[in-house]
Ligand binder design. Sequence first.
Ligand SMILES: Nc1ncnc2c1ncn2[C@@H]1O[C@H](COP(=O)(O)OP(=O)(O)OP(=O)(O)O)[C@@H](O)[C@H]1O
Ligand SMILES: [Mg+2]
Length: 493
Amino acid sequence: MEESSAAWASLNSGVVLSLIAVLCSMVWNNLEGLFFGRRFNRQARRLAAIVDPYLSVTIAEYDGGRMKQSDAYKEVQAYLQRASCDAGGGVRHLKAETAKGADALVLSMGDNEEVADVFRGVTVSWQAYSTPPPENGGYWGGRHGRADRRFYHLFFLERDRDLVLGEYLPYVRREGRAVMVKNRKRKLFTNLSADDDRWWGNRMWSHVAFEHPKTFETLAMKPAKKKEIMDDLDAFRNGKEYYARVGKPWKRGYLLYGPPGTGKSTMIAAMANYLDYDIYDIELTSVRTNTDLRKIFIETTNKSIIVIEDIDCSLDLTGKRKKKKKAKDAAAAKDGDKKDGDPEEEEEKDKEGSKVTLSGVLNFIDGLWSACGGERIIVFTTNHVDKLDPALIRRGRMDKHIEMSYCCFEAFKFLAKIYLGVESHHLFDAVESLLAEVEITPADVSENLTPKSDGGNADTCLADLVMELKRMKAEKAQAGGKEAAAVAADDEE
Ligand SMILES: Nc1ncnc2c1ncn2[C@@H]1O[C@H](COP(=O)(O)OP(=O)(O)OP(=O)(O)O)[C@@H](O)[C@H]1O
Ligand SMILES: [Mg+2]
């Protein structure tokens, strides 16, 4: 009896142990399913952690203080778009942003949503969340720290550590970058004034979609010069390894100079379209200090053209404001320069406006901070290259100087083909000889080649252009005559 009860007890304990084992494996399988399955929840994760500890990685939106949005964060956000939109993904709240293409939207998971992902048979889980800023705004203090802190949390089991950290995360970043390129809608940014409220939420820039239609195919300039510029841009775009090898930050400066209407701004649009880059158009007079200039630079992204138009007028970059202002006022009085305003008004602006200095701009172009990120082109434009400080435009800062000049016959033929669809015409000879005598901008030629009425055609447009060129020639002769008379009068005295 005792023997049989002992056998019974041992059988029982064996059964109980097996049952416990079966139960444990069932619980674990279910927990694993719950934890990493589509119907994932936080409680299950806690329970699962008892059986097999899970690890987590946090990816913050801002990893270098509050200065620059982390690339990893943006890549994870882009990567998770697909999983978030998957019908079985369990994400109920999505965020939408406009994307490339007329009606397209980019959807990503909303805050506090969770989504599972499978990589080589291993299941991991992502959670998006945000926390309100600290009361005092944290390190940046005051209004600087107003924006919420946003994060992604990645959860995975300890046994998958090597695969997740060594292979999955690099894979997520690569895929995320590919998604970003695919959805990328090019943007034209302008810097917000430091007084603008949005500036403090880490938004130094506001943007619109960049939709300028100008390309190198429709830019009139000597073909050899155009090819040289396009080759230079190609070399830059493909130069990542070269720049790393020679130890230079991956950036290049272009100085575009020439009279108004010769196509400097148009050239920037063509460059951006050719390279498929964004444009950051800096209004230097809205930048208060050199530190602010640095901040707005850091907030620019790779694959971008950073533009400062009319650099000679944006600021006094020589530190000799008074002297230069006098010279500018004199020049304005002489040739009615469009860029100079009322002197008193200008002085007022100087007092309350920007304190950005020449050294601030030099630092911005090639100081230590300029090496943050890469693949950036910096373009300055000016009508008066001779007014710029040599330090600002020396090679190494502005690596390539491009003169945008008056319309030559080659450029005219190009414009006639684009605007009128003609490659030869009996008036071409007259235009050629007149262009050799007068200086007309491509902007003026384009205007004359634009039909003014429904009945306008190549004949009328070319006749208009010839008439305009003749008028300019007569004006020039008259001005020359007056000058000669003045010289003769001086000589007589
Ligand atoms: N080389 C060119 N080829 C084709 N169109 C041109 C060219 N240059 C100027 N244009 C036309 O002339 C207009 C004015 O050109 P743009 O604004 O680029 O001149 P700009 O040199 O930037 O002048 P500013 O110094 O006043 O800023 C544009 O609408 C553009 O279409
Ligand atoms: Mg311009």
